[in-house]
Design a protein around this ligand. Structure first.
Ligand SMILES: [Zn+2]
Length: 316
């Protein structure tokens, strides 16, 4: 027999659920704070949720930190690699992770959210490990589109006077991938920028960074005597994207994840933020010098913004 009273048991076993009930519905906010800015965003990237270990508790704790803010964000952006991995996993494992993701956002996320697709959210492209033939109906990006209920693997929307462009960075390369847009998506991006009024500030969300300092330092990229940054770590088509953004000075901010390291690069007046990782080192603490965390981004009507990297109660 348990020596817990029922009340204690409920508290112990159902702590997450009870906590949720309390924090999901908190919404105090100073109207003065709200009036100045256009939108407050929580950017949660590289959650890598899975049933094993501390991942689900960590995701709950992070969402709790966001929901409990006295000045609560209006929007959550999930930056990709939302699940641990389906790229090299079989159908059964992909189903477990799809079900888990849906359950987590249904039960622990009340704030409206949008989702970006990461490389680990693409089902089965590593055919050797996944056993996929490529003919499965949910193969590849379709798994992510279904699981995250997306209109497409890349899309745009407008909110609070800003234009948001959500890119799909994962480009096939044998059984692996590179960070780049295919020509169709690049053409779509060009048209999307062209038809956005100049006065409308633009926020670009990608999983893989377009430009990043972190990508140089994650790995022994200097061992040949030259800096060699893998095309899977930073957009290999960054040059054409940077040139395109140069024609559209209303592109203000590009936010990514993927590297699990935190950096901020400013180039041609565009700020590129690689926003760490909720999972840190895949739920094993800090990754190099970057602690687990998430980005708090405030957008203003004039195209300016602030960014702050925030911690949460990381399960050990
Ligand atoms: Zn990634």
């Amino acid at each position: 027999m348990s020596r817990f009273t029922r009340r204690e048991l409920v508290r112990a076993v159902g702590a997450a659920a009870l906590g949720v009930a309390a924090w999901l519905h908190l919404r105090p906010r100073s109207e003065a704070q709200r009036a100045k800015r256009a939108l407050r965003i929580a950017h949660l990237t590289d959650i890598h949720v899975q049933p094993e270990g501390t991942a689900t508790q960590g995701m709950v704790n992070c969402l709790k930190a966001v929901h409990e803010m006295s000045d609560r964000p209006d929007l959550i952006l999930f930056g990709g690699d939302n699940v641990m991995d389906v790229f090299a996993q079989n159908r059964d494992r992909a189903k477990v992770l799809a079900d888990l993701w849906r359950k987590m956002v249904r039960e622990y996320c009340e704030i409206p959210f949008r989702v970006c697709v990461g490389n680990h959210d693409v089902w089965g492209w590593d055919k050797g490990k996944s056993g996929c033939s490529g003919n499965e109906p949910e193969y590849g990006k379709k798994w992510a589109i279904d699981t995250f209920e997306l209109p497409n693997s890349y899309y745009a929307f407008e909110q609070a006077g800003w234009k948001f462009i959500v890119l799909d960075s994962t480009y096939p390369h044998g059984n692996d991938y590179k960070g780049r847009l295919d020509d169709e998506q690049f053409g779509w991006l060009r048209e999307e920028l062209k038809r956005t009024p100049r006065a409308t500030p633009i926020f670009v969300l990608s999983h893989i960074p377009i430009l990043s300092a972190s990508a140089f330092l994650d790995g022994e990229n200097e061992k040949t005597g030259d800096w060699v940054v893998p095309g899977a770590w930073m957009h290999i088509d960054a040059r054409r994207m940077v040139e395109l953004f140069y024609e559209h000075p209303n592109v203000k901010l590009c936010v990514s994840g993927h590297i699990h390291l935190l950096d901020k690069v400013e180039y041609n007046g565009v700020t590129y933020i690689c926003d760490g990782a909720v999972s840190g080192a895949w739920w094993r603490g800090n990754y190099h010098q970057t602690r687990p965390g998430w980005g708090l981004i405030d957008l203003y009507p004039d195209g300016s913004f602030t960014h702050e990297y925030r911690s949460f109660e990381y399960p050990r």
